[in-house]
Design a protein. Sequence first.
Length: 452
Amino acid sequence: MTRELHLAGFLIASHVTHSHAAWRHPASETDYLGPGYYRRVAQTLERGTFDFLFFADLLATPVRYGNDIRVPLRSGTQASATLDPSLVAAGLANVTDRLGLAITKSTTYFHPYEVARIFATLDHLSGGRAGWNVVTSLNQAEAQNFGAQDHLGHDERYERAQEFLEVAYKLWGSWDTDALVQDKGTGVFADPDKVRTVDHEGTWFKTRGPLTVPRSPQSRPVLIQAGSSPVGKDFAARWAEAIFEIDPTPEGRRAYYDDVKSRAVNFGRNPDDIKIFPSFVPFVGETEAIAREKQAFHNELADPVSGLITLSVHTDHDFSRYDLDAPIEDLVVPGTQGLFEVARRLSATENLTLRDIGKLYAQGVLLPQFVGTAEQIADQIEAGFTGGEADGYILSAAQAPGTFHDFVDFVVPELRRRGLFRTEYTGTTLRDHLGLGPASLTPVARPATVAG
């Protein structure tokens, strides 16, 4: 096997993932406020030798759709109730041995010192399995939860994120690898010549350092990103080692893959050092007919208004003001521009109304659905992997943890039979799983000609 497929699982520390129907599904477990739910998912993915479990996160209860939290709460839409994924991941580090643990933290509403400390700690507790999904946050409601009236503009958020990561790199590098001595005989705990202040003072941040956490097993977390606007894709091309992507069409996924890989070259990076992970929702059946029945049952549970609530959150635009039976208008949105562009494109090319888009969004935030037997789903994965769409895939659940069980029990063996996927872990860290070399603590320079 010259090129290895990568697999990851998607969760929010919540009752839903991409699928708004998931919590209503009779087979879904709903004990997401306790540790057992996450332990069962993580141990299933580790049994399937997945690279990592990925936690998305939002920092506000949905309010953008009609300026009202009552309907989102009654409907249980995405982000209506969530836990802090960093604490969930820390707990999972103690009940897994190899599975990578990737969590989302915002560069807009936290400070680099706090975030650098969280990830260095998680990397230690997990033995080198930490990943950071770097986000700039989405909407005004999040700003108001952190004491600001307005959300920063799109490009400003990315400028802040650039400096945020540059500062985090300095903090992670403030301890040399061999700075911690702990010689009981001499009484030397750490070599002070190998621990440094960072004394950063920039446009957005000021911090003295050093970090209180000694150098971690990976030196820093694996960096994950989901940039979809031109500025976001440049940010991902500079920093990301794994990229989470949403596009329902093979053509869109191929275009994104080619675009980001070419941008990596602009930053002097090897495109192979960025692993691109489109996400999908699988429906696995003993026969294709059974799988189609599972899909139809799930999709019927999805409510269009719930989908539009989440679309409004993601784009930071109120879609309650528009005719549900008209196409999506060509708008400028301040939030996630890439997802809106996918929705607008679907509306135009497939003659879909806003109600139709809401239904699709509630079924899985525009993720493609791979439906069929284990062999048929493996066919779709292999076609995308070999056809220039993906280096791996992120699996999102229609019902949890059952979707993960079905995939690990039936699809993973088929992928292994084809020689596409590992039969056992060959390394111990997340960097090992992704086939990445040692982590650099020197940020890639920003060419003056590249946006962001």
